[in-house]
Design a protein around this ligand. Structure first.
Ligand SMILES: C[S@@+](CC[C@H](N)C(=O)[O-])C[C@H]1O[C@@H](n2cnc3c(N)ncnc32)[C@H](O)[C@@H]1O
Ligand code: SF4
Length: 452
């Protein structure tokens, strides 16, 4: 399987730009003019299980590679104003979600642990005031190790958080300097050990491959350190280099970036090393131990995908809170204002901070089903899709099947009866395979990162 990663002909042919399909249609297709009535009616129609995503945009320092929605500041009091606004926003959503119970809560960013202890306490208090939480709701948080003391980690555990994800990216000092994110192994290790001691049930480490000055030899050391820290899960993201969209990325010298061949070698090395260490490859960019719910969901073909990546949560109501947060509830997707001041202005005007949205058509929903199945389970059961949506699969997807021909010729996929399976050789190219079923792709393509 590994040798296929270096196939230069495949790189030349398929390393184009394309979406990561955390949703279909992708967030770039959301349109302005989306009404608060649509949001409220989607929420009121939704079932009883609610997942919350809460975005905290602040970070103390700028990592040059970062593609997240963030605001750099050293002034912690800025978060007080943000919490004031979140409180108003939560009140706006309160009535429409009254029939729902929060089963999952995820804090992402930016850096949620930019908040100090009092702010974290206040935030949890606000959430409990405005939403009804299940007793066993699963609480998870993303942590920049440099922003979290052991005391803060303890507080988070006391507040009910049981899953934690630490951003590592790479331990190599040359890479860390080039990306302006210097953090020691010892720092991460002390937090991972404390998380275990405190009883966090899941520890994830984020890595990124394709960063400046990264090469296989040094990344092998990073992987060994990561394995030694013994996380339950590892996210291994392909560096999305879009300097035209993210100004800080222009500080990264292009000639220090590994080319597509080296990048694939880094991916191959990672997959091999992590698999040998007992981690299962989940979908496109996650790894998990055999006993982890992600692995179990993948084996049972129950893995799903949401805006944060792979998930075991089949919940059909994900409500995003805060600046830039995206929600998907039933057949509707909407996103809050991306700029913090626009967000504050909307909240001050007593409006939902919804900037853009989309009502999925039936065609969107059928294609979303197909793409999710490919991205999560590397298989597409055409007979099951035909039955579920009452369509003649070959006729409905005639154009897609035509574009798929080149993936078939290159053995990225193969038919087994009515099932289209992504081969081991095709796995790094699953975004390309999925794109064959994307009705919107061509005009938007330039705004996405490269596939590998
Ligand atoms: C919001 S950050 C995680 C929390 C915290 N801010 C931190 O950096 O540790 C989410 C993750 O996105 C990934 N990421 C950010 N920018 C990226 C990019 N341009 N390409 C690929 N992954 C990226 C990094 O792995 C990062 O850990
Ligand atoms: S990677 Fe994390 S800490 Fe760094 S700028 Fe992005 S969100 Fe902030």
């Amino acid at each position: 399987m590994m040798t296929t990663f270096w196939d230069e002909a495949l790189i030349a042919k398929y390393n184009v730009k394309g979406p990561r399909y955390t949703s279909y249609p992708t967030a770039l297709l959301l349109r302005s003019g989306y009404s608060a009535e649509s949001v409220f009616s989607a929420l009121k129609k939704a079932g009883s299980a609610l997942s919350l995503y809460l975005h905290v945009p602040f970070c103390r320092e700028l990592c040059y590679y970062c593609g997240c929605n963030k605001v750099i500041s050293r002034d912690t009091s800025k978060a007080d104003r943000y919490l004031d606004n979140l409180a108003v926003e939560m009140r706006s959503y309160q009535d429409a979600t009254r029939h729902q119970t929060v089963r999952q809560l995820h804090f992402g960013g930016g850096t949620p642990t930019f908040l100090d202890e009092n702010q974290l306490l206040r935030l949890m208090d606000l959430l409990h005031q405005h939403f009804h939480f299940a007793e066993d709701a699963e609480l998870s948080i993303e942590i920049d190790p440099r922003s979290c003391s052991l005391e803060k980690l303890r507080l988070l555990r006391n507040l009910g958080f049981s899953r934690v994800s630490f951003g590592v990216q790479d331990f190599d000092p040359a890479v860390q300097e080039a990306i302006h994110r210097v953090q020691s192994v010892e720092l991460v290790e002390s937090l991972v050990n404390e998380a275990r001691r405190l009883g966090f049930t899941s520890v994830n480490l984020d890595l990124v491959y394709g960063l400046p000055h990264q090469h296989c030899e040094s990344f092998a050391n990073t992987l060994q350190e990561v394995i030694r820290l013994d996380p339950d899960r590892i996210s291994l993201f392909s560096y999305a280099h879009l300097p035209e969209r993210f100004a800080a990325q222009r500080k990264i010298p292009e000639d220090a970036l590994p080319d597509a061949k080296e990048k694939l070698a880094l991916l191959a090395l990672s997959v091999q090393t992590l698999q040998e260490a007992g981690f299962n490859a989940i979908g496109m960019d996650h790894f998990a131990k055999a006993t982890d719910p992600l692995t179990i969901a993948q084996l049972g073909q129950k893995l799903t995908r949401n805006f944060q990546g792979y998930s075991v949560d089949p919940c059909d109501a994900l409500l995003g809170l805060g600046v830039s947060a995206i929600s998907q509830v039933g057949d509707q997707i909407w996103q809050h204002q991306k700029d913090l001041n626009d967000y504050y202005r909307a909240v001050a005007a007593n409006q939902l901070a919804v900037d853009k949205g989309l009502l999925l058509s039936r065609d969107d929903q059928i294609r979303a089903d197909v793409i999710s199945s490919l991205m999560c389970n590397f298989v597409l059961d055409s007979a099951a899709i035909a039955k579920r949506w009452d369509i003649d699969f070959d006729q409905y997807f005639a154009q897609s099947l035509e574009s798929l021909q080149s993936c078939l010729d290159d053995q990225l996929v193969k038919w087994q009866g009515s099932k289209l399976k992504v081969t081991a050789r095709g796995r790094p190219w699953v975004r390309v395979v999925s794109a064959c079923f994307d009705a919107y792709l061509l005009p938007q393509q330039q705004n996405y990162s490269k596939v590998v």
